[in-house]
Design a protein around this ligand. Structure first.
Ligand code: FAD
Length: 395
């Protein structure tokens, strides 16, 4: 079949692939660059982006993630202006209504430590004692709690698919080519990828290849002869419920048990990550309700009396691209395959960091180094050097 050429081939057209494509071609140095995004499923029916809860928060433990959030939130807040196409500003449905992390006595020291780091970096987060919590959220039962941490600016949620579409549309106007197809192999020579082979027989010679394959990142890396990318597809369920009352001023709440909930329309979305011993690698998306009845509902009902009677609505499953080593992103080139770049392993926080990741990867590709935010510690080399960068605040 046909042979084609491009400067940068991005495999995976989810929010990460689209963001990298946008930032590459928005930079003056990327002018004229031939950037192509190949996506196997043009409906995005199984992509993590389309199945995400769309939260953005500053409340992380690592400086890198806090700074990625600060930049990304500013980008999202201004997306109407930045991503406007033909006078039409995109509407991302951004609702800056905050995240509220709740802590038991045991969790307070870690919360305080993270809070200090967050505010030192410029995030606007407030620690709340029980009295303030009770006054501000009178619908909440404070049993077992010792305090909370609330984002007063720069946190909330948005419509994930609108962010993807806005980045994609803008990138297309900047000359990026988006095509449907599945990469099923690579030819490599002398420590470089030479060509990507598509399922329809097309061969693409690429100067650089970016792995933006989400939960399938390890499979794609395997095709390039890299056997050890520690990213696994982990199924996460999102339940939609209707409570008997509204909860005025409700942010995205994270209970010390890990159960979260946030308003959505006139109801709520909620969920929890399963225990590690019951969290297999899987690409199936079959819906299950055991976690809801065993853990989510009982926790909701004890934390918020208005959840004691609720109606379960349409719910769904999606995949985290879970980094099993340190639950953090893996960014940049592979040490032994110099033009093969990772943008993987976001472990449930990739939607909110997509703008920051797009900017970072575009800098690496255009200039060979990070220019704005130094994300070196997120490189693949940390595994060989046994220097994991663990993110403690994974929801
Ligand atoms: C239930 C759930 C809730 C979440 N909530 C949040 C949240 O609140 N906040 C947050 O920040 N993040 C959240 N996330 C995580 C977030 O959705 C992801 O980190 C983010 O969408 C990752 O984007 P991506 O582009 O890497 O992956 P994807 O959107 O999965 O895109 C990867 C694409 O690569 C394509 N692909 C794979 N292999 C190939 C191949 N060989 N050839 C061509 N194409 C290929 C796939 O079809 C796919 O479309 C959540 C995720 C889930 C599942």
């Amino acid at each position: 079949m046909s042979d084609t050429t491009c400067d940068v081939l991005i495999v995976g057209g989810g929010v990460i692939g689209c963001s990298i494509a946008y930032f590459l071609t928005a930079a003056p140095e990327g002018n004229g660059l031939r950037v192509r995004v190949v996506e196997r499923d043009s409906t995005y029916s199984q992509s993590s982006t389309a199945l995400s809860v769309g939260g953005i928060r500053q409340q992380f433990s690592t400086p890198e993630n806090i700074q990625l959030s600060l930049f990304s939130e500013d980008f999202i807040r201004n997306a109407g202006r930045i991503l406007v196409v033909e006078g039409e500003p995109p509407d991302l449905g951004y609702q800056p209504r905050g995240y509220l992390f709740l802590a038991s006595e045991k969790g307070i020291p870690v919360m305080r430590r993270n809070h200090l780091r967050q505010i030192q970096l410029g995030a606007q987060i407030q620690l709340l004692d029980l009295e303030v919590l009770g006054n501000r959220f009178p619908w909440m039962d404070l049993s077992g709690l010792a305090g909370g941490s609330l984002g007063i600016r720069g946190e909330g949620w948005l419509d994930p698919f609108s962010l993807l579409q806005a980045l994609k549309r803008k990138a297309a106007t900047q000359g990026v080519s988006f095509t449907t197809g599945e990469v099923e192999g690579f030819s490599t020579k002398g420590g470089r990828v030479e060509k990507a082979h598509l399922a329809d027989g097309e061969t693409v010679a690429a100067g650089h290849v970016v792995n933006a394959a989400g939960p399938r990142a390890a499979d794609l890396a395997g095709l390039a002869g890299i056997p050890d990318l520690p990213v696994r597809p982990k199924k996460r369920f999102v339940y939609r419920v209707q409570a008997r009352d509204q909860l005025p001023g409700c942010p995205l709440v994270i209970d010390p048990s890990g159960v979260y909930f946030r308003p959505e329309g006139d109801g709520f979305l909620c969920g929890v990550s399963p225990p590690v011993e019951n969290d297999p690698d899987t690409l199936d998306l079959e819906m299950e309700y055991g976690l809801f009845y065993d853990r989510v509902w009982p926790t909701l009902a004890s934390r918020v009396p208005a959840f004691d009677r609720l109606r379960l609505g349409s719910s769904w499953a999606g995949h985290y691209a879970f980094n099993v080593v340190d639950q953090n992103a893996i960014l940049g080139p592979h040490p032994g395959l110099e033009n093969f770049f990772f943008a993987n392993g976001f472990s449930g926080h990739g939607l909110q960091h997509a703008p920051g990741i797009g900017r970072a990867l575009s800098e690496l590709l255009l200039f060979g180094k990070f220019r704005t935010l130094d994300l070196t510690r997120l490189g693949f080399q940390r595994f060989a050097q046994n220097m994991p960068l663990r993110e403690e605040n994974v929801v």
